[in-house]
Write a protein of this length. Sequence first.
Length: 288
Amino acid sequence: MPPPAAWSVAALGRAGDAGAQAHYADPAYYDKTYGSRREDVDYYARLAKQSGGPVLEYGIGNGRIAIPIARAGVPVHGIDLSRPMLDSLRARRRDEPPATRRRLTFTHGDMRTVRLRRRFALVIAPFNALLHLYQPSDVEQFLGRVRAHLAPGGRFVFDYSVPHAEDLARRPDRTYGASRLRHPTTGQLVRYTERFEFDPLRQILLVSIGFAPVDGGEPWTVPLTHRQFFPEELRALLRYNGFDEIRFTADFTEQPPTAEVDSMIVSCRIRRPRARHRPPVAGRARQT
């Protein structure tokens, strides 16, 4: 059943709710929308090969990034909360050669709580997966799982869309865009629009994605909620949760970010414990 025609940011923005899952309930539409997105695929596949594996991917979806990693010869395990996306991944995996299928495994579950009895040389959370952690407690739980799954010396890498003032300031009573597209699931020709609503206290942006059939059929709306993290806020959260060597780069390059950055890449490691200073033993004579 399609979701209601209108959503409010006040009713959304909690881990696992419609704002976190509805956008991923239709794998065919997801493929049509993001199938041509290649920069992040190439970037993470290169990182995976450099790490030697194995790789843990949070938000594996239907394998847009994980399948190329497995094809490159690196074992990858994924975690995702969306059953439709994992069903699609299972079908796509069947079309791969046996060696690729063996290298690609996955678990259905919440990235805040899933516990695997394995450690990984590289842990990744591509394409805004982190933005579905809406509360500080969500972030702390998730980063605790990342620490538990990282092998010694391993690296945690993720990317996210940097907040821009013009997006956060858009009027919620207006819709933007009116392009037409053939919906891959319904087959209908529809008008596509977006509405933006920002909650400045919780720092949650709701994008209401509207589909209106050109032939006059019943319209529907898909909500997508993203927690807005500013770069220095994320740096503080990572440090507070035990990470160090935190590095920010821009748009899947090795270049430092500028004010125009779209996707921020964040790379970090678990902080090494400092060597404890031992005071001299009392009463022991100093040798000269």
